[in-house]
Design a protein around this ligand. Structure first.
Ligand code: ADP
Ligand code: MG
Length: 729
């Protein structure tokens, strides 16, 4: 009997790169081809409608109904010219992906025929049957309907024959059921709080924008091999698999030559992404074999998040075309690096950047320091919550590994910046004030210019590192919607800025000179948030102990980490910044716990099945073969000689017996543990049970399976091995 594994491996290795036809235009010409961007708005909308829509987008003014009708008409015209027949509200429910429900443009014309219809009403609002999206009970308690509402700040785009309209998704009673609604509110919170603080330094500032540049890591696996691994297909990761003799130890994959089949995939992906207005910039191999990265140029956060969501679904589609599967799971393979999604985060004003030094003037330099310190204040106060924002059943496998940020949030500033903060903190106050002459503040600020030039001491182990003109939040998982992390980060920073301003204003109202008041509060905050600053090796044992001493959140159990969302300080933060209310937070946590449970549950089921249907039968088959051999040796040779000649095989027979027995017992216990956990009603308790009693068993079973993989004859092993999955020819 032929082994299916050999067939699929042979098939995978025979595949040739797909030929990708490059558009005749240059990227600058086809960029945004399928996006209803400003240029197209200008072309397809009447001048007054265009002006009003731009005002809605740039200044957040209300969209009135007459405009909506005119905009819809222009969109429809553009869409029709591109062969579009359907439209959909495209939204981001509390799952990892995006959701869409397609409706055709056609409506009955009342005379037995059809006409193409698209009105402002259909553009602005839809009522998708929301009952199958997670809501954490909000909908059940109130009303089953959900609404999607157009977000004009993110442009409409075309995929295949469908016009996609980015929307928020809310319940009948107005609670958010998605990532976008609270993200937009958090951006508003940053905008108003940061603009108010920026006005101390420059009264002209009207608006503060939050930027995001994400770096998407992913794995590619050949499709034939993927189909032969039920664990990959059903859980997105391998639940078993012995290390490949060669994996990443030679460091030869990072920035190495990209295999041709992968090159073709990347090229195809980039063309399609550029056509959708995603400003792809960088592509390269990552550290692990078969691991790659794509990064665009940073954009305004809301748009950048949409683009990341779009890119992730585009990747899946394009990968299939090239007979690959893309793995976005944070840890698809044990023993090699997992995938993250660094979130490069910065603020800019309508008059310039905020997290950039050196500034042109002394005021700008002080402003820079204020924004750095208040960002740290937000991160410090809510470090546990920030961790909760990036935590998931899948990302938990990556955090704390010696490759990814640890499960403790801290911030790396680099030598220059941290010594500057230290100087401001420790310098004699009068001396600092006296330097703050009429022109503003000097602050020994000659130090700042070196800041950027010397910013080469990048600490790769830090989850939240300052990298010259931005912070890089590295703990975000590859599969995650970036919004989850950014909602918390933005809201925490907004709260810190509001608080900062209140204290500064209090001093000013007592008659203190504004610059002095700012410096006073700044010094206080530098001292307060010191525990979040860590310049050392985040992977080290000592740091775990040190972090505990500093009072940073060190919890690693995923369901318990989610508790941070419901801490009074967190609820207070979200409510005061008008980002989310308590009941929304409670509902979201229900979803988080439930999702956690389901993920582990599916993994446990799949592992149980594979053990019973693949591993044990294959191991026993090999065992019988060895047993037959032993038997025949005794037929051929005298007893003593046969005993000695068969001793190795007998040992293997015994080992297989012991290991399969262990697996059988453990799988049975796994089933029982699940039964117990499934009876728990409370979602939090159930998730804790899954974390404590089921997840660890997956590891102990895997250990035995991996040992068997080493023992059993290669020709009998049915599941593609790591060495096959991890190297694309
Ligand atoms: P790395 O060396 O960490 O891989 P890159 O130079 O490739 O970093 O940039 C990573 C991302 O950071 C890109 O998306 C880039 O556009 C983004 N980025 C650069 N400057 C900023 C900034 N000021 N704010 C936000 N993102 C930024
Ligand atoms: Mg980076």
């Amino acid at each position: 009997m032929a082994n299916l594994r050999f067939e699929v491996v042979a098939e995978a290795y025979k595949k040739k790169p797909l030929e990708v036809i490059t558009p005749v235009e240059r990227p600058s010409e086809f960029f945004g081809k399928y996006v209803f961007n400003r240029a197209k708005m200008y072309k397809y909308l009447p001048a007054d409608v265009y002006e009003k829509l731009i005002d809605v987008i740039d200044n957040g003014t209300r969209l009135d109904r007459n405009i909506a009708d005119a905009v819809a008409m222009g969109m429809k015209k553009w869409a029709n010219e591109n062969g579009v027949t359907h439209y959909t509200h495209w939204f981001q429910p509390l799952t990892e992906g995006t959701a869409e429900k397609h409706d055709a443009f056609v409506e009955p014309d009342g005379k037995g025929g059809m006409i193409e219809e698209f009105s402002g009403k259909l553009l602005v609002q839809q009522e998708p049957d929301a009952s199958s999206f997670p809501s954490g009970g909000i909908r059940n308690t109130f009303e089953a309907r959900g609404y999607s509402a157009w977000d004009p700040t993110s442009p409409v785009f075309i995929i295949d024959d469908t016009l996609c309209i980015p929307t928020i998704f809310i319940s009948y009673t107005g609670e958010s059921l998605d990532y976008k609604a609270p993200l937009l509110r958090s951006l508003q919170a940053v905008n108003s709080s940061a603009a108010a603080v920026a006005q101390y330094f420059d009264p002209q500032v009207k608006k503060v924008t939050c930027n995001l540049g994400w770096e998407q890591e992913y794995f590619l696996v050949d499709e034939s091999l993927y189909f032969a691994r039920p664990d990959l297909m059903l859980t997105g990761r391998t639940l078993m698999g012995h290390d490949s003799a060669k994996n990443q130890q030679m460091d030869d994959h990072y920035f190495g030559t990209i295999p041709e089949r992968v090159q073709a995939f990347m090229k195809d992906l980039e063309i399609q992404a550029l056509e959708l207005g995603i400003p792809c910039k960088t592509r390269h191999n990552e550290v692990a074999p078969n691991q790659f990265e794509l990064a665009p140029i940073f954009e305004e956060t809301n748009l950048a998040v949409d683009h990341n969501m779009l890119l992730m679904s585009l990747m899946k589609k394009v990968a299939r075309k090239h007979s690959f599967r893309v793995l976005l799971h944070e840890k698809p393979f044990a023993g090699v690096n997992g995938s993250g999604k660094h979130n490069n985060w910065s603020l800019s004003t309508d008059t310039g950047v905020l997290l950039h030094a050196p500034g042109k003037t002394q005021e700008e330099n002080l402003r820079f320091v204020v924004f750095i310190v208040e960002t740290l204040m937000g991160v410090y106060r809510h470090n546990g919550l920030l961790k909760a924002s990036i935590m998931s059943a899948t990302n938990a496998h990556r955090l704390g590994g010696n490759e990814a940020p640890p499960a403790i949030i801290s911030s790396f500033l680099g030598k220059q910046l941290s010594s500057l903060l230290e100087h401001i903190e420790k310098a004699d106050k009068e001396e600092l004030f006296s330097m703050a002459g009429k022109k503003g503040i000097e602050l020994d600020i000659a130090r700042i210019p070196q800041l950027l030039i010397d910013n080469t001491d990048r600490n790769r182990t830090s989850p939240f590192a300052f990298t010259g003109n931005r912070f890089e939040f590295r703990a975000v998982g590859s599969e995650a919607n970036c919004s989850s992390a950014l909602i918390v980060l933005n809201t925490a920073v907004a709260e810190a800025l509001v608080d900062f301003k209140a204290r500064v204003d209090a001093l000013i109202s007592q008659g203190e000179e504004p610059t002095h008041a700012i410096i006073d509060i700044l010094r206080e905050d530098i001292r307060t948030c010191k525990p979040i600053q860590f310049e050392g090796n985040g992977y080290s044992e000592e740091w775990m102990e040190e972090a505990q001493r500093r009072g940073l959140d060190c919890e690693t159990s995923c369901p318990l980490v989610f508790d941070r969302y419901l801490d009074e300080a967190s609820v207070q933060m979200f409510e005061s910044q008008n980002v989310m209310q308590r009941n929304e937070l409670e509902a979201r946590n229900e979803v988080k716990w439930e999702t956690y449970t389901k993920k582990v549950q599916i993994e446990a089921r799949v592992l149980g099945d594979i053990c019973m249907n693949h591993i044990i039968p294959v191991a026993t088959h090999y065992q019988s073969r060895l047993a037959k051999n032993v038997q025949s040796m005794f037929d051929i040779f005298p007893r003593e000689k046969a005993t000695s000649l068969t001793s190795r095989n007998v040992k293997i027979i015994e080992e297989i017996a012991e290991r399969t027995q262990f697996i059988e017992t453990e799988v049975e216990e796994l089933v029982n543990a699940r039964k117990v956990a499934n009876r728990i009603e409370n979602e939090r308790d159930k998730a804790i049970a899954y974390h404590d009693t089921i997840a660890p068993k997956l590891e102990t079973i895997r250990y035995q399976v991996d040992k068997l993989e080493l023992l059993v004859a290669d020709e009998l092993w049915t599941l593609p091995k790591y060495r096959e999955l991890l190297f694309i020819r």
